[in-house]
Design a protein around this ligand. Structure first.
Ligand SMILES: *Cc1c(COP(=O)(O)O)cnc(C)c1O
Length: 412
């Protein structure tokens, strides 16, 4: 049985319309939409009073612990259009071994999702909505994980996907994209060059552009991180959230979730401070935050070991910056050395293998405890966005010749 079969078929959801995230002008739901007239992301709006009147926390608690538990908070109207590969809740893992003059340190481990990354949340929603709207050819530029999730959910929905990766995308990502039924190409440029290929090829091919935030529904999928986190904490929130920020979909989505829950009266008190974590080799949001601007400039020569956050320009930059500022949070950058050191420290001391982007949030947490931007009283949640197994690991080359006598003193 799939998780949502216990829900009424064709239950209508509470979507009222879409809205430009920058200008606030209104767009129709239930028809194909990409960006707003201002060329900015569209946000999905709901009848939150209607939602609050018709759904209860008790009712939700009786449903399976997965993403579709929050069915009415999401845009898919017809259950037959739900495209799913089993989006189970991801665990909260407390790392008390690493707490020292600090509040609680908790990792939300998103590496357990289908395709091994939280891109599954966004793409399962976006592909479900593509199905609902009758779209069948999906194209995307990707640094790896988004393309893998697109490939998987498109194939699951019986659609063809076309994926364009920068040349240095990790081998495992390119192969998993191909293995899951997509057509995939390496491009000798960066993610924005791949995006240009999608944009320019649309007219000739009939592709629907699935680039980050260029369709309205990935944010809604990522929003479930906020709903799920609050649900797991008994409809409470942590003091601070550290989020590895590339295109920012997850940070924007979580902030949207918390505000919707607050409007519904499901959360009270202070919302979490949102911290956008980037790498020093690619930190456009951090630069804009420090300079007090609402938009970020293109970052030149972007480089970092954390490929998921190597995004030189984000179309939703102002939504990230608004969320960070409105929440009383901040944006901060960490070096590749501290990312690598953090990854090793967490996996060796706690057994939890992070991805480099997750390790960046740990490095930022340590850095900001020292700087004083977070206090020893604040309980923090870090997002580990992908399985550490999707990345190249350090070599382990010790071997044993089993035909010779062994000196166990050297081994044990
Ligand atoms: C995509 C990705 C990110 C960045 O997520 P956004 O919501 O696009 O900012 C971080 N880490 C990993 C592993 C990713 O795949």
């Amino acid at each position: 049985m799939s998780a949502f079969e216990n829900l009424t078929t064709n239950r209508s959801t509470y979507v009222t319309h879409l809205e430009c995230g920058l200008k606030g002008d209104r767009y129709e739901a239930d028809v194909i939409q990409q960006l707003s007239k201002a060329g900015r992301p569209l946000l999905v709006k709901y009848d939150l009073q209607g939602l609050a009147a018709n759904i209860s926390k008790t009712e939700l608690a009786q449903r399976p612990a997965d993403l579709w538990r929050y069915r009415e908070f999401l845009p898919v109207r017809k259950t037959e259009n739900v495209v799913s590969l089993g989006e189970s809740h991801t665990p909260l893992i407390r790392l008390s071994e690493l707490e020292e003059n600090s509040g609680q340190l908790i990792v939300k481990d998103e590496g357990r999702l289908p395709t091994g990354s939280f891109k599954a949340r966004g793409l399962c929603m976006a592909v479900s909505m593509a199905k609902e709207l009758g779209i069948s050819k999906l194209a995307m530029p990707t640094n790896g994980n988004a393309g893998a999730a697109l490939a998987a959910y498109a194939s699951r929905a019986g659609m063809q996907s076309y994926v364009f990766c920068p040349e240095d995308t990790p081998e495992v990502n390119v192969r998993e994209i191909a293995a899951q039924g997509a057509k995939v190409w390496r491009v000798n440029g960066l993610i924005n060059d791949c995006g240009r290929i999608v944009g320019e090829g649309k007219a000739a091919t009939g592709w629907f552009d699935f680039s980050t935030l260029k369709e309205p529904y990935r944010i809604e999928g990522k929003k479930t991180m906020g709903l799920e986190l609050a649900d797991q904490l008994g409809w409470n929130v942590p003091d601070v959230i550290f989020y590895p920020t590339g295109g920012g979909t997850g940070l924007i989505g979580m902030w949207k979730a918390f505000n919707e829950l607050k409007t519904m009266g499901w959360l009270s008190g202070k919302l979490p401070r949102m911290v956008a974590v980037q790498a020093t080799g690619c930190a456009p949001v951090v630069k804009a935050f420090e300079e007090g601007t609402r938009h970020a400039e293109l970052w030149k020569d972007a480089h970092t070991v954390a490929s998921g956050i190597r995004v030189p320009v984000a179309i939703g930059d102002f939504l990230i910056l608004d969320a960070v500022r409105d929440s009383g949070g901040f944006a901060t950058a960490v070096t590749d050395e501290s990312i690598i050191r953090g990854l090793k420290e967490v996996s060796e001391r706690t057994g939890l293998l992070l991805c480099p982007e997750g390790a960046a949030t740990y490095a930022a947490w340590k850095q900001e405890l020292v700087s004083g931007r977070i206090t020893p009283k604040e309980n923090c949640v870090l997002f580990n966005c992908a399985s550490g197994l999707k990345y190249p690991l350090s070599e382990a080359n010790d071997s044993i010749d089993c035909t010779q006598p062994l000196d166990y003193g050297l081994i044990g």
